[in-house]
Design a protein around this ligand. Structure first.
Ligand SMILES: Cc1cc2nc3c(=O)[nH]c(=O)nc-3n(C[C@H](O)[C@H](O)[C@H](O)COP(=O)(O)OP(=O)(O)OC[C@H]3O[C@@H](n4cnc5c(N)ncnc54)[C@H](O)[C@@H]3O)c2cc1C
Ligand SMILES: *[C@@H]1O[C@H](CO)[C@@H](O)[C@H](O)[C@H]1NC(C)=O
Ligand SMILES: *[C@@H]1O[C@H](CO)[C@@H](O)[C@H](O)[C@H]1NC(C)=O
Ligand SMILES: *[C@@H]1O[C@H](CO)[C@@H](O)[C@H](O)[C@H]1NC(C)=O
Ligand SMILES: *[C@@H]1O[C@H](CO)[C@@H](O)[C@H](O)[C@H]1NC(C)=O
Length: 497
């Protein structure tokens, strides 16, 4: 690995074969927050950008995808039609019917100027349809079907209304970012207690199954997690959207990746695909980044006046940026869960079924008991063919193969217990139509850290060494909230340029 000095040598002394480019802003990570920022900074503020995205250039159209699917089918090669940009969007297209099946991001909440962003990309909107599923609650560790009854839908909605009344006054403190997060003495007490206690204190039990099943499950057993971070996984905007008080939409095509494909088309050669930073020099006056294309091995040096990092600030991700002691110390406090989503093709699982994993003590109606990581939260029919969506959540070390094995083992358990149809002694084989590693997510810290000023320290890092930060760890895990967060951040980042 090159040292920072060697990069300086590269930039100044020059290896003839290497390319040096100059930009106003270098952006790392072409997901929800990075790609939105790149468009706005270039198009609305007239500054030049380079967007560095580690995944390869696979911004394919559905028809390309089905051509590849046909080729794959004829050569017995498993098909994975993955689209690279756009972070957590996973748009699989059923090769037989050309139906787009989104198994990552489901929809866009109408926050900030989200509709304006769709419009500028020329993407028409529609409302997504919900598939009616027949849910069976099962303890995946034994295959035992549980006599669990969720609250009637009307009761769930009433409880969510009550939840909204409690959390809405706090919205400006935490969403879309922590810009106005209160000092120690003014932090609402509820933020710092486990979510289970918060729920019990306010009588919100009947809201919890909904919160867990939609997004809470990504955080783990939410009963034990800090209320603050559960509020961040199920935001106030999300609550309003569920209650019909705020709109949510998807592209008219039904394929969420269209949004990021359009961004890719607009940004053109300002995006560096299959590229990661392997060394960096950051100063108060600007940054120099050495990036490498993992396919070609080609090295490019980017000199930029500002750096915007739009990836999770894990040790692995931030390594090449040579964090200073304060940055390192702050980020080291984050804890993550790691998330995988996939589509499996199965003859045995029932059409229209949802197999929902709960611990035995959830029955008959304990709305505060959820599995501990790692777990496969639910297996849901996707509305067409024999496709089912799976969702695996683990601790930060859960590897992709282990996540897949967990799904296989769970299905074997469901077969052995007779929950799903199978011949005597049948072995579970999982046919993965697609699989996506969402990496470490839901950065969170302990209540003591929050009280000790973690959030203020985190935000204090903005602008240090010409470096600015966006993405879910600084905000929440919703694309359009991240776009709104970017809208607040960008003028600060560009100030003085
Ligand atoms: C299964 C699932 C379903 C979801 N459903 C919804 C939903 O319905 N609606 C919604 O609004 N949100 C949803 N989300 C959340 C939303 O997708 C995320 O909150 C959002 O994508 C986070 O944006 P980000 O910019 O922080 O990171 P990301 O979108 O993850 O972007 C990070 C990008 O950086 C790239 N990258 C990573 N490391 C590097 C590196 N070292 N160098 C260069 N590039 C790198 C990645 O490939 C990625 O493209 C869902 C998430 C998941 C996992
Ligand atoms: C919203 O986005 C559109 C399209 O880019 C733009 O014309 C409009 O000015 C934006 N509105 C606001 C309030 O930023
Ligand atoms: C729902 O699933 C159960 C098994 O889990 C099954 O017995 C029942 O027939 C299904 N109902 C419908 C309407 O498909
Ligand atoms: C699945 O649900 C759809 C829509 O409700 C219905 O039309 C279809 O008959 C169901 N299929 C089975 C096998 O139950
Ligand atoms: C999740 O936490 C709750 C509350 O502490 C507990 O009752 C439940 O058993 C936990 N789940 C598991 C699988 O341990």
């Amino acid at each position: 690995m090159l040292t920072a000095l060697a990069v300086a040598a590269l930039v100044c002394g020059g290896y003839a074969t290497e390319q040096v480019i100059f930009k106003d802003v270098a952006i790392i990570g072409g997901g929800a927050s990075g790609s939105y920022a790149a468009v706005r900074i270039r198009e609305d503020f007239g500054k030049s950008v380079a967007l560095i995205e580690k995944k390869d250039r696979l911004v394919r159209t559905p028809s390309h995808c089905s051509v590849i699917a046909r080729l794959a089918a004829s050569s017995l090669v498993g098909l994975t039609c993955i689209f690279a940009q756009g972070g957590h969007v996973d748009s699989f297209v059923d090769p037989e019917t050309n139906t787009p099946l989104d198994f990552g991001v489901k929809s866009f909440i109408d926050e900030g100027n989200a509709t304006g962003f769709f419009d500028r990309l020329g993407i028409k909107r529609k409302h997504g349809a919900n598939i009616r599923l027949n849910t069976t609650y099962v303890d995946f560790s034994t295959g035992k079907v549980l006599g669990f009854t969720p609250p009637p839908m009307a009761a769930q909605m009433d409880a969510l209304k009550k939840y909204l009344e409690i959390v809405e006054p706090w919205e400006h403190l935490i969403q879309p970012g922590y810009f106005d997060f209160p000092d120690r003495d003014a932090i609402p007490h509820d933020f710092l207690i486990p979510f289970g206690e918060f729920v019990t204190a306010h009588g919100l039990e009947e809201a919890v199954p909904f919160i867990y099943q939609v997004t809470g499950l990504g955080l783990g057993n939410i009963t034990n997690e800090l209320t603050l971070f559960v509020l961040q996984t199920f935001t106030v905007a999300m609550t309003r959207s569920v209650l019909g008080l705020q709109d949510a939409f998807i592209p008219e095509s039904g394929r969420n990746q269209d949004v990021y494909d359009a961004v890719a088309g607009l940004l053109g050669s300002d995006v560096f695909y299959s590229s990661t930073v392997f060394d960096a020099l950051r100063t108060r006056h600007g940054v120099k980044l050495a990036i490498k294309n993992t396919d070609s091995g080609h090295v490019t040096v980017i000199k930029a006046k500002r750096l915007l990092i739009a990836i999770e600030p894990t040790a692995e991700n931030t390594g090449p940026f040579h964090l200073d002691a304060e940055e390192r110390e702050t980020f080291s406090k984050f804890r993550y869960t790691r998330r995988y989503a996939g589509i499996i093709k199965s003859d045995m699982l029932a059409v229209n079924a949802s197999y929902f994993n709960l611990p035995p003590n959830a029955a008959p109606k304990n709305y505060l008991s959820y599995p501990e990581v790692p777990y496969d939260a639910r297996i849901d029919y996707m509305g067409t063919g024999k496709y089912f969506r799976v969702n695996v959540i683990g601790d930060k070390d859960l590897e992709p193969d282990s996540a897949k094995e967990l799904v296989r083992r769970d299905i074997q358990t469901l077969m052995d217990a007779g929950v799903v149809r199978a011949g005597e002694g049948a072995e579970a084989e999982v046919d993965w139509a697609d699989f996506s590693d969402h990496g470490p997510m839901y950065a969170h810290v302990s209540g003591q850290e929050v009280e000790a000023g973690f959030i203020q320290n985190l935000y204090g890092l903005q602008g240090r060494l010409s470096t600015w930060w966006t993405g879910a760890a600084w905000s929440v895990h919703y694309q359009t909230a991240l776009w709104k967060f970017d809208d607040i951040l960008i003028p600060k980042l560009l100030s003085g340029l």
